[in-house]
Design a binder for this molecule. Structure first.
Ligand SMILES: Cc1cc2nc3c(=O)[nH]c(=O)nc-3n(C[C@H](O)[C@H](O)[C@H](O)COP(=O)(O)O)c2cc1C
Length: 140
């Protein structure tokens, strides 16, 4: 099984969460690649060989970051995503808001098998660990 992690970050919090997801997936034997959204914004079909897409963003205006990330979501949604699984992740300033960003991503990619939402406030990544572990346990 192979996973790709794509994230948007402004101050590094969401990148930290993406890296933690990568570490835990690799610990479980899932090969993982991680990219910042702006690095692949013109090559959305990079996701095609992967079984699991982990898409994450910081929260801006109670949703994912504008322009690059939201634009990339639209491009990915047009691809053939048959048999691919989706993990949504986000960070936010308020504990009630990261799930809104995840739900935005889930809604745009509703054709995919949904694994779950993972998130935390700013850099409190330890709060996200139980849900990452739960999702990983469903993959083995
Ligand atoms: C321009 C801007 C808008 C933001 N809007 C929200 C928001 O609507 N709701 C919220 O909970 N946090 C909001 N935040 C806080 C960030 O989502 C939070 O600090 C996040 O962890 C930043 O992630 P990053 O370090 O990956 O950029 C905002 C931050 C910025 C800079």
């Amino acid at each position: 099984m192979k996973a790709i992690i794509i994230y948007n970050t402004r101050s590094g919090n969401t990148e930290l969460l993406g890296n933690k997801i990568k570490e835990l997936m690799e610990n479980q034997g899932i090969a993982c690649e991680i990219y910042r959204d702006k690095a692949i914004k013109n090559t959305p079909n990079i996701v095609e060989p992967f079984d699991i897409l982990c898409l994450g963003s910081c929260t801006h205006a109670n949703g994912p970051a504008f322009f690059t990330f939201r634009g990339l979501l639209k491009k990915i949604a047009k691809l053939d995503l048959t048999d691919k699984k989706l993990l949504c992740f986000a960070t936010a300033g308020d504990k009630t808001n990261w799930s809104k960003t995840c739900d935005y991503i889930k809604k745009r990619l509703s054709q995919m098998e949904y694994l779950g939402n993972v998130g935390c406030v700013r850099r409190n990544i330890e709060d996200a660990l139980p849900e990452i572990e739960r999702i990983l346990s469903t993959l083995s």
